[in-house]
Design a protein around this ligand. Structure first.
Ligand code: NAD
Length: 596
């Protein structure tokens, strides 16, 4: 029989604590909610009220249930109010000495059988537990932000946590409607160990002006289907909390440089820019605590469709190549009303590409997404050619041939001779330096990367890569073209992996390393990222879809360019590729897909 928890205590009513109070009270459990001072208590009360009022406004909570919820919460200043609760969850700032002090106090105040839990994200639960005389009753219960919404709870047992305490807490999580993963005490547990290197890397991109905050966030939302971009997520977590988590992970997690907090973070914290809770972080919010972003001096001006920043007018577009990407890109441009000249290496290939474009457009018609007349008009705008000479009068060329530098360089040298002046020349490379391609021409200022995602007609994102020689006009043109295609163009520098792959693949690689170290299972790691962080797929699901060979190749490129030790491909990933386990396409990768 699992232990009954009728009253729980929550210490600290900040970003997490207030949400945790709500989770318990919503599930019929009485809560004693404790803060350090009367003003802090009022803030916590206001946060709880704001959150439950929003739930009522959204129709997710009945008014009567909200009122009953509030009646279950007793607010108090000071830990003494916790003398008779069954369980305490501590959610004060991420400092070991503070937490140890609070646990020593709780040990003195609470009944001997009370379970003492910490919501720490990165500190050692073991070190916190030894501040008490009951380390066997101390456990980590790590909720995710926002606690009322995110399904996951990481239950952290130390080497001394009693098995029945673990079982009782697991049963409690189930009662709260949460999914728990139970793990050992290691810095960052599952989710934060995989998340924070990525978040810090994104802050580094922003700090170095590699891309704007809007573009970094849009790239990860639209390229990976994440619920929020990394900088918006940092604002939600709180930059002070994020700083402490990174700092602890750096010290506890083997001094991985990727966890050394980017200097900008410390500056922002010192300046009081803590994210949503202070009303300003990477973005500016309507008021402290509000989720509503308001424009500030860094917000890009809306151009209302006008050609901004010297963007050139584009009417006719050449697309070179006959593979999946070229086919999709031809369709995208033709559908958006551009004249398209497709160039392949022979009329047979052109016929195949033409068929593929027709098939894809027909699918649109069958699904009711495209009128027959629009399909015919789109096809009528495409001309098919097997010679580059037909690109003499286009305004933009998009190259999507094989991913080999020598081939692309030779092609760009030819384009340089054939195309009229002022044309923007774009490569869709996903891994080669755009500057190498640009320098094969006499007009590197007009060369950009246009990194479409597969399938091009569906994916809403395009990375616009500017090299150190690209002119602002060429970049503006590329961006305007993306907008005219109905896609979001994000501008970034010319580094391996651009934005999306540079942020995504090291995270996937870290997941493989975690599995390899036997810290957790593929299922639990996938669960943790989906239910704790809202990822549409877990890392192992995604690796099997992308292909382990493709993933390994991208990770190698990143490692070779940045020489970051933490980016070294996981040996397990290399072994699986060597063994021919490449993912869904070979019916086996991290999982066996032969029966599905
Ligand atoms: N922010 C997140 O996304 C997130 C997610 C999961 C876990 N956590 C963890 O939760 C914990 C709290 O983080 P947060 O982001 O909510 O911090 P926060 O700064 O938003 O809130 C901390 C609260 O603790 C209160 N406090 C400080 N000293 C206290 C004391 N002696 N007694 C009572 N209350 C006291 C503060 O007044 C403040 O309201 C940290 O361990 C953090 O690592 C945070």
């Amino acid at each position: 029989m699992a232990r009954e928890f009728s009253t729980v205590g929550v210490v600290g009513l900040g970003t997490m604590g207030a949400g945790i109070v709500e989770v318990f009270a919503r599930n019929g459990i009485d809560v004693v909610a404790v803060e350090i001072s009367a003003p802090a208590l009022e803030r916590g009360r206001a946060t709880l009220k704001g959150s439950t009022d929003r739930a009522v406004a959204k129709g997710k909570l009945a008014e009567a249930d909200r009122d009953a919820l509030h009646e279950r919460v007793h607010f108090a200043v000071g830990l003494d109010a916790l003398h008779s609760v069954d369980l305490v969850i501590e959610a004060v700032p991420e400092h070991l000495d503070l937490k140890q002090r609070i646990f020593a106090e709780l040990d003195r105040i609470c009944r001997p059988e009370t379970i003492l839990a910490t919501n720490t994200s990165s500190l050692s639960v073991t070190e916190i537990s030894v501040a008490t005389s009951r380390p066997n009753q101390v456990i980590g219960i790590h909720f995710f932000n926002p606690a009322p919404v995110m399904k996951l709870v990481e239950v952290v047992r130390t080497v001394v946590t009693a098995p029945e305490v673990v079982a009782d807490v697991e049963a409690l999580c189930a009662r709260l409607g949460k999914v728990d993963v139970t793990i050992n005490d290691r810095a960052g547990f599952i989710a934060n160990a995989l998340l924070f290197g990525y978040l810090n890397h994104a802050v580094g991109m922003f700090e170095s002006h590699y891309a704007t905050r809007e573009d970094i966030d849009a790239a990860m939302k639209l390229g990976c289907g994440l619920p929020m971009g990394p900088l918006a997520l940092m604002d939600l977590i709180g930059l002070d909390t994020a700083y402490e988590i990174l700092d602890t992970m750096y010290r506890r997690g083997g001094r991985d440089r990727r966890h050394a907090p980017v200097p900008l973070l410390k500056q922002m914290v010192t300046a009081g820019l803590l994210g949503r809770k202070s009303g300003r972080g990477f973005y500016t919010y309507e008021r402290p605590g509000s989720p509503v972003v308001v424009p500030d001096e860094a917000t890009p001006l809306a151009t209302d469709g006008a050609l901004a920043d010297g963007a050139r007018a584009i009417a006719k577009v050449g697309v070179v190549g006959s593979g999946t990407m070229a086919t999709g890109i031809i369709e995208v441009f033709a559908k958006a009303g551009y004249e398209v000249v497709s160039v392949t290496r022979g009329m047979e290939k052109s016929a195949k590409v033409c068929e593929a474009v027709k098939t894809s457009l027909n699918k649109g018609v069958v699904r009711g997404k495209l009128a027959e007349a629009d399909r015919d008009a789109a096809l009528g705008r495409i001309s098919w050619s097997a010679t580059l000479d037909h690109l003499a009068d286009v305004d933009l060329v998009v190259e999507a041939v094989v991913e080999e530098l020598s081939v692309k360089k030779a092609l760009f040298a030819s384009l340089d001779e054939i195309c009229k002046p002022g044309v923007v020349l774009a490569t869709t490379t996903s891994s080669l330096p755009v500057i190498d391609v640009a320098m094969a021409t006499q007009r590197p200022a007009d060369v950009v990367g246009l990194h479409f995602f597969n399938p091009a007609p569906v994916m809403p994102l395009v990375e616009v890569v500017r090299t150190i020689r690209t002119s602002p006009e060429a970049t503006a043109t590329a961006r305007a073209v993306c907008a005219a295609l109905g896609k979001t163009g994000v501008v970034c520098g010319d580094r391996s992996g651009f934005i999306v792959n540079a942020l995504l693949f090291p995270y996937l690689n870290d997941a493989v390393k975690m599995l390899e170290a036997s810290y957790s299972t593929a299922d639990d790691i996938d669960h943790a990222m989906k239910l704790g962080c809202g990822y549409p797929m877990g890392p192992f699901e995604l690796l099997d879809v992308v292909g382990l060979d493709v993933s390994l190749a991208i990770q190698r490129e990143l490692y070779l360019e940045l020489r970051e030790p933490g980016f070294a491909p996981a040996p397990l990933l290399e072994h699986l590729v060597t063994a021919g386990y490449l993912g869904r396409k070979t019916r086996r990768g991290f999982r066996d897909h032969s029966h599905r």
